[in-house]
Design a protein around this ligand. Structure first.
Ligand SMILES: Nc1nc2c(ncn2[C@@H]2O[C@H](COP(=O)(O)OP(=O)(O)OP(=O)(O)O)[C@@H](O)[C@H]2O)c(=O)[nH]1
Ligand SMILES: [Mg+2]
Length: 400
């Protein structure tokens, strides 16, 4: 196996086994109505920035629209085009009778021979270490079917020789099984984007094929696109719960870049809501109310959470059982969680070890000693929880 090259998107690199391989062919396959294009564009842009060359075949909109899309995400490629390290292969303008000013253009994209020869020529003229993006495969398959797939295999062979990695954007509509399975065989790597039915994180990414072999233990990563910014692992709900006055509201506000709470006389009377973008994750935090009289709505607040920050006041061991009870009432026991042993600045605060012993917290659950008012160790707790979510990510997509 050759050296791995980074896509610039951490979680995808990890799922691919350290990145993609030079000269490999990658199918970016999505369910209907899920958009794979931004991931391919972000990947391409990240590689251009690292000095790779880029070729972008577009057959369903004008190249200028692609430029504008990428700019809106924060991936300006104009300068690479002007500098000559990036070219479009315009297989669209010809369809609608427009003149094209691109370096490579297909006058009649419905004609297989012309498309094939322009594409082969552009691949031949490309330098090593290039990324070739095919946007989109659907129109091509609709027109040319199995003959088109044979052509892709030839282009892929060529890519292998020249170290050109190809990324094909494809939405899996109701194609015949034969086409589906031929595509499945053709590519070295397959990345799937799917819509989930029951979970708030409605779209997930999973890698299905790596190094020409199916992935046995698939992992499902919920994601969304943000503008600018692009691909983000999306954690739509982390529940921040724990006894009265443990520090939940303080934590939600300290961690979040924006947050709102409904407070009355120093206590929360509706939920705390916060949002933070952190290390490629996009996270929504929901803080619960500590007072027991609000317990009937705990399970509503806990619904659809993916993970929990359980906050305790380290000086109040008498409330530890209440903390566990709140997890149960919110219906979130069984989810990945991290305990925040808060108020470590106060005299008599118990250590993490002592809290673990008294609360009977299993060894694989982190307990972080923190001082919420100073923001101390809060990001560490969030970080550990997010890592757990990704490791245990199968469950997120288990129902699809
Ligand atoms: N000394 C100290 N005080 C803290 C710390 N964290 C929070 N507090 C204080 O504890 C009180 C309660 O904090 P909140 O963040 O409102 O706690 P909460 O869990 O949201 O409380 P409820 O919503 O009423 O259940 C406030 O006066 C905070 O300033 C800490 O780490 N150290
Ligand atoms: Mg509160």
């Amino acid at each position: 196996m050759g050296d791995r090259v980074s896509t610039g998107i951490k979680v995808i690199d990890k799922l691919l086994g350290g990145g993609f391989e030079r000269g490999s062919s990658i199918l970016l396959r999505s369910s209907p109505f899920v958009d794979a294009t931004p991931i391919a564009q972000e990947w391409l842009y990240n590689r251009l920035r690292e000095g790779d060359r880029g070729l972008y075949l577009v057959n369903n909109r004008p190249p200028d629209v692609v430029l504008e899309e990428m700019r809106s995400y924060g991936w300006p490629i104009k300068s690479y085009r002007e500098g000559g390290s990036f070219v479009f292969i315009d297989a669209y303008s010809g369809v609608v009778g427009m003149e094209s000013s691109e370096t490579f253009k297909v006058k009649n994209p419905m004609e297989f021979g012309e498309l094939n020869s322009v594409l082969s020529e552009s691949l031949k003229s490309a330098a090593d270490k290039a990324i070739f993006l095919f946007d989109s495969l659907n129109i091509f398959i609709d027109q040319f079917g199995a003959k088109g797939i044979s052509a892709i295999r030839e282009w892929n062979k060529y890519g292998l020789v020249k170290d050109i990695s190809s990324i094909y954007i494809y939405t899996e509509w109701g194609y015949p099984e034969e086409i589906k399975s031929q595509l499945e065989e053709t590519f070295d790597f397959i990345i799937d984007l799917k819509a989930l039915k029951r979970v708030v994180a409605s779209e997930v990414l999973t890698v299905t094929k790596v190094d020409r072999k199916p992935v046995k233990e698939k992992r499902y990563i919920p994601f969304k696109y943000s503008k600018p910014g692009g691909f983000k692992v999306y954690v739509p709900k982390i529940l921040v719960t724990g006894p009265y006055h443990a520090g939940k509201t303080t934590i939600v506000h300290k961690i979040s870049s924006k947050a709102v709470s409904v407070q009355r006389m120093g206590t929360t009377i509706a939920l705390d809501f916060g949002h933070v973008d952190y290390k490629g994750f996009s996270v929504d935090l929901f803080g619960t109310i500590g007072q027991p009289r609000f317990d009937p709505i705990l399970d509503v607040l806990g619904g659809e959470a993916l993970g929990v920050l359980l906050v305790v006041d380290s000086t109040k061991p008498e409330e530890f059982p209440r903390a566990i009870e709140m997890m149960r009432k919110a219906g979130v026991h069984g989810l990945p969680y991290v305990v925040i042993a808060n108020k470590q600045d106060l005299p008599g605060a118990l250590s993490a070890d002592e809290i673990r012993r008294r609360m009977h917290i299993p060894d694989n659950v982190p307990i972080i000693e923190a001082v919420a008012t100073e923001g101390k160790n809060l990001m560490k707790a969030l970080d550990l929880l997010l890592r757990k979510l990704i490791e245990e990510g199968e469950e997120v997509g288990g129902s699809s």
